[in-house]
Design a protein around this ligand. Structure first.
Ligand code: CA
Length: 243
């Protein structure tokens, strides 16, 4: 049986299929995901992946593009052709923009270039797994509220004036409350493009956001997560998480 981390919001293990022929990477990824509380199956090639996917309902597929028996993009198409298909996170050593675009056009939901840090993979997995849940029109964390339709933010009932990018970052953080988001994820989400090497632009925007959202309040919600990026939550929830 899988171990659960305390405080996890689900009762059933989310099941993840890892498609990767390189044993070292497959082990590293599957062990990491298992210790984060997920149930993991590993497929060493595309054919096995498609068989497993027919037999089991997965919540997420982590897919290497360089497979021994078929191109990962072909495997991606086969997985996507099914009626109910899980979100797909592509892993690839191919870091050209062209491959990234092809992967995303082929129906992948996210793309991570090798080599990667496990924390970055885990952050992306967590965000993908919560997709598909209904998205509320109004987000609330403590006394911070964000109206997604009217694009209005209040803290303790006071209106907070935000620039469009600041609003988008705050919305992304609030939608993923309690989940660390890497700088790269924030850049890709908010600017909708690949800003390689310019991720420190996120730090600048976070500084602006903190001065508007957190500075006037004793409760600081925007947290720096070392080695990853940022996370938004109530301060007591953050200190209580122990991770
Ligand atoms: Ca490979």
């Amino acid at each position: 049986m899988a171990d659960f981390f305390p405080g996890k919001r689900y009762t059933r293990s989310m099941r993840i299929l890892v498609v990767e022929d390189e044993k070292r990477i497959a082990d590293f990824v599957s062990r990491g995901l298992e210790s984060a509380g997920y149930a993991v199956d590993v497929a060493p090639d595309g054919a096995t992946a498609i068989d497993l996917q027919h037999a089991t309902e997965y919540d997420l597929v982590v897919l290497d593009l360089g497979l021994p028996d078929m191109d990962g993009l072909a495997a991606l198409k086969k997985i996507r052709n099914r009626k109910v298909s899980p979100p797909i996170l592509i892993l690839s050593a191919r870091d050209s923009v062209d491959d990234r675009v092809k992967g995303l056009e082929g129906g992948a939901d996210d793309y991570l270039v090798k080599p990667f840090a496990f924390v970055e993979l885990l952050a992306r997995v967590r965000v993908l797994l919560r997709r598909g849940q209904p998205t509320p029109e109004r987000l609330q964390v403590g006394n911070l509220t964000l109206d997604c339709i009217r694009r209005k933010v209040t803290r303790a009932g006071e209106h907070v004036e935000l620039a469009p990018k600041e609003f988008s970052i705050l919305e992304y953080l609030m939608r993923n409350r309690g989940r660390p988001l890497s700088r790269t994820m924030i850049v890709e989400h908010v600017w909708d493009m690949d800003y390689d090497g310019l991720t420190n632009i996120v730090d600048v925007y976070i500084r602006h956001l903190r001065s508007k959202i957190d500075d006037p309040s004793p409760e600081k919600m925007i947290q720096t997560v070392r080695g990853i990026g940022y996370m938004l939550d109530m301060p007591e929830a953050v200190t209580g998480s122990g991770s």
